[in-house]
Design a binder for this molecule. Structure first.
Ligand code: UGA
Length: 353
């Protein structure tokens, strides 16, 4: 019999890629749950063998409980995951990312279902380099300290909520009441990552701000100068890791936390802006507008009061590589070419229609 997989929060960026990948594997039957399905509409065809349910998990917790009972495996991707929203609406961030997630965890315990839970690289917070600037520190799932900023910087409500969930899940695992895997994504990028701010109001992640600036002739804003660093992971590589975790060969992923990311794809945010600008003009042969300049801006000015930042996020990805054989393929430049290509083509369609 097929393995029945329940994907909660399936309509987001990561979910839409996972749904697509699972639909190509005959051994799974997938139920995808979310409030909206715009991103899934790009991939879902009637024959694809995925059932989509439009549900608000906060409005219908009993239905979610029943669905969890009916499936073999639960993949939980329900979250607000954009820093702009943590700053603008910290209470909603907490309610969804903690309270509603706790209901999912409790139902998995009640019905004895394996849970794959999406945490975040943001739980590591700031790197110890803020105290020892000359050293590079790798984030290790089982040994690194988690360093968050003060309460007055409410950006950290997201990382705190996610961190506490990781600790709760671990604690239930210790009692043998929950079989789980926790995934910590390191800045995934790829088609469908976020909307563009010229087309929809709100705060996407940095890739979409820069892409928007290039397509619509606006400045590329470097928050606090753009020296902060991130390691980028292409969504196809990430989805490959997620599938290996779902397969869980020999139970090797049970009760594990995994960093999914690669230190080879590290860049400063200024470096990311410059690489995207360069690719836009050379690889894609377009002329960025003279308005697309690089401009430094303070975090409070860009996001509002309460913003703070991670200075650097270097993943130690030894565990996922060793336990599942995963190895990422895409370089930073290759993933930017793929992702920018998608947004440029989409933009041309919008302009043509
Ligand atoms: C976010 C989320 O908080 C994480 O949970 C998530 O795991 C992570 O994205 C991710 O994509 O994996 P962050 O990396 O801070 O964390 O998100 P971005 O909005 O992409 O910002 C990256 C950096 O770019 C930040 O330092 C931000 O200040 C800066 N930025 C953003 C700019 O310099 N200019 C912009 O226009 C936008």
């Amino acid at each position: 019999m097929n393995k029945r997989v329940l994907l909660l929060g399936a309509g987001g960026f990561i979910g839409s890629h996972l749904v697509e990948a699972l639909s190509k594997k005959a051994i799974y039957s997938t139920t995808a749950v979310d409030l909206t399905k715009d991103k899934l509409d790009e991939i879902l065809r009637p024959h694809i063998g995925v059932e989509f349910l439009q549900l608000d998990i906060a409005e219908d917790p009993e239905r979610i409980g029943l669905l969890i009972q009916e499936h073999d495996l639960v993949v939980n991707m329900v979250a607000i995951a954009n820093p702009g929203i943590y700053v603008q609406d910290p209470v909603s961030t907490f309610e969804l990312d903690f309270t509603e997630n706790m209901n999912i965890i409790r139902q998995c315990i009640k019905h004895q279902k394996r849970l794959i839970h999406f945490s975040t690289s943001e739980v590591y917070g700031k790197s110890p380099s803020i105290y020892q600037p000359d050293q590079a520190f790798y984030f290790d799932e089982d040994n690194s300290d988690l360093i968050l900023g003060p309460v007055s910087k409410h950006r950290w409500i997201y990382a705190s909520a996610k961190q506490l969930l990781d600790r709760v899940i671990h604690a239930y695992g210790l009692k043998d009441e929950l079989d789980y895997t926790i995934i910590r994504p390191f800045n995934y990028v790829g088609p469908r990552i976020d909307f563009l701010p010229s087309e929809e109001e709100g705060f996407p992640r940095v890739f979409s701000f820069f892409m928007d600036a290039l397509l619509y002739g606006k400045p590329l804003y470097l928050v606090n100068g753009g020296d902060q660093k991130r390691c980028y992971t292409y969504i196809k590589d990430a989805t490959d890791a997620h599938l290996r975790i779902i397969e869980n060969e020999g139970g090797s992923c049970s009760k594990q936390i995994f960093n999914i990311g690669s230190d080879e794809n590290e860049t400063s945010i200024e470096g990311l802006a410059k690489t995207m600008f360069h690719l836009y003009n050379t690889y894609f042969g377009r002329n960025a507008s003279s308005n697309s300049t690089f401009e430094s801006i303070s975090g409070d000015e860009f996001y509002g009061e309460g913003y703070d930042d991670s200075d650097r996020r270097l993943p130690n990805s030894k565990k996922i590589r060793e336990l599942t054989g995963w190895s990422p393929y895409y370089s930073l430049e290759a993933m930017l070419k793929e992702t920018m290509g998608y947004y440029i083509a989409r933009h041309e369609n919008v302009v043509i229609q």
